[in-house]
Design a protein around this ligand. Structure first.
Ligand SMILES: *Cc1c(COP(=O)(O)O)cnc(C)c1O
Length: 411
């Protein structure tokens, strides 16, 4: 064995002292002060304090949207956005299969039926042509996911929405600060939803937001999150059916601090992502690794995940072994990523049951591209883009070592 022996085969680990990358979330005195301030104010809820309202304005500005409404999490954000778009029981919502389960379960939660449309294997993102094929007279909305922080093809989706009369909702849970043709994501479509759950690039442990440019939708969202109240109206004046889905002032205090920190973290992630791309360029050229191609329309990548494909290893059934090998090198959070949702039995069962109740049969879609990428994709979390230059170079050498020595792995 030479020095290139894999750690998983008793060779020396690339990161001999273990995983050096930062843990998440990151915080300092800014968050501590902000939390204490809310604590001491005695105004812990947004019905009495103004921290949530302040963050909503700041976050709307950050995403270049007219309005932002905060709420409990990113899943409920999608359900509420769908309801605000008029989606109800039995209506169809087109979604990609290569995404977090919430993109589809949020539709089921309100009795709507998710219809899967395949992704583009080069980007892992919903393919507009595939989405259009799935539109029927029952389709009310398309949920476009900016997976990993990479904006989807919004030119095609906004055009599709207009041509076919369907609402476009952006699931931007992984895409804070991302922009498409210079415009921040979220309010490019009709509405956009965000998550502030623990793993996301801006976080308060749990939380979510919906952004929109449409003032009347903004007011409607406020009511839906605030038990049907209207802004400035009476306490017991419930003009519509809404629920209490409010964020606390503590969460908003954390979010205001996280929002301030986000631009410099994004710059670091972007720079390191470029270093990694450059360090893998020869393996991309010879086809051992596939990275999503550069696209001038992607003006800011949200960098929630660093995703790459290993097509030959995938075809040989060695992707999972390669991930284990990366973990042994010290990249402990390397992961195999999603099992595509069109393969998720509980989801299909629920969609089938809802369809049955409205007198229809549910026909699951074949999504060969989602199957392909789910077998050959490797994920690194965004904290792996926050290392020093030296750590980033080691990260590149760990990937190179595993990909170049992968012939010696067994499934
Ligand atoms: C995290 C996530 C969600 C759900 O957000 P929660 O706040 O965890 O409910 C939805 N969609 C995508 C793509 C996500 O990554």
């Amino acid at each position: 064995m030479n020095s290139a022996a894999l750690a998983v085969q008793q060779g020396p680990a690339t990161f001999g002292d273990g995983d050096p990358f930062p843990t998440w979330p990151m915080h300092d005195e800014t968050e501590e002060r902000a939390i204490l301030e809310v604590l001491r104010s005695g105004k812990w809820g947004s019905t009495h304090g103004d921290v949530v309202a302040t963050f909503e304005r700041e976050f709307a500005d950050y995403q270049q949207a007219g309005h932002a409404t905060c709420l409990v999490n990113g899943t409920i954000a999608i359900s509420v956005a769908l309801r605000a778009a008029g989606v109800g029981v039995g209506d169809e919502v087109v979604v990609p299969p290569y995404t977090f389960i919430a993109t589809a379960s949020a539709a089921l939660l309100i009795g709507a039926v998710p219809i899967f449309a395949d992704v583009d294997p080069a980007t892992h993102l919903l393919d507009p042509a595939e989405a259009e094929k799935m539109i029927t007279e029952r389709t009310k909305a398309i949920i476009v996911v900016h997976l990993a922080g990479r904006p989807a093809d919004m030119d095609s989706f906004t055009d599709l929405g207009r041509r076919r009369g369907v609402v476009i909702i952006e699931d931007a849970a992984q895409a804070h600060g991302a922009s498409y043709r210079g415009r921040r994501v979220g309010a490019i479509g009709d509405m956009g939803t965000f998550s502030f759950q623990s793993s996301k690039n801006i976080t308060s442990g749990e939380g979510g937001a919906i952004v929109t440019d449409d003032p009347s939708t903004g007011s409607q969202l406020y009511s839906m999150v605030n038990v049907g109240r209207v802004r400035g109206g009476g306490w017991y004046e419930h003009q519509s059916i809404g629920h209490n889905l409010r964020l606390t002032e503590f969460q908003a205090a954390l979010l205001r601090a996280q929002l301030v920190r986000h631009p410099s973290q994004q710059a670091a992630r972007e720079q390191n992502a470029k270093l990694i791309g450059a360090g893998l360029a020869d393996l991309v050229a010879d086809g051992r690794i596939a990275l999503a191609p550069d696209d001038p329309a992607v003006t800011e990548h949200g960098r929630h995940l660093f995703i790459f494909r290993v097509p030959q290893l995938g075809a040989a059934g060695l992707r999972d072994a390669a991930v284990k090998a990366l973990q042994a090198e010290g990249l402990s959070a390397a992961s195999t990523g999603y099992v595509p949702l069109h393969r998720n039995e509980p989801l299909i069962n629920e969609a089938t049951e809802i369809s049955r109740r409205v007198g229809r049969t549910y026909t699951p879609t074949d999504c060969p591209n989602a199957d392909l990428v789910s077998a050959d994709t490797i994920w690194l979390p965004h904290t792996y883009l926050l290392g020093t230059e030296e750590q980033t170079e080691l990260l590149v050498s760990a990937i190179r070592k595993v990909v170049l020595e992968a012939d010696s792995l067994t499934p």
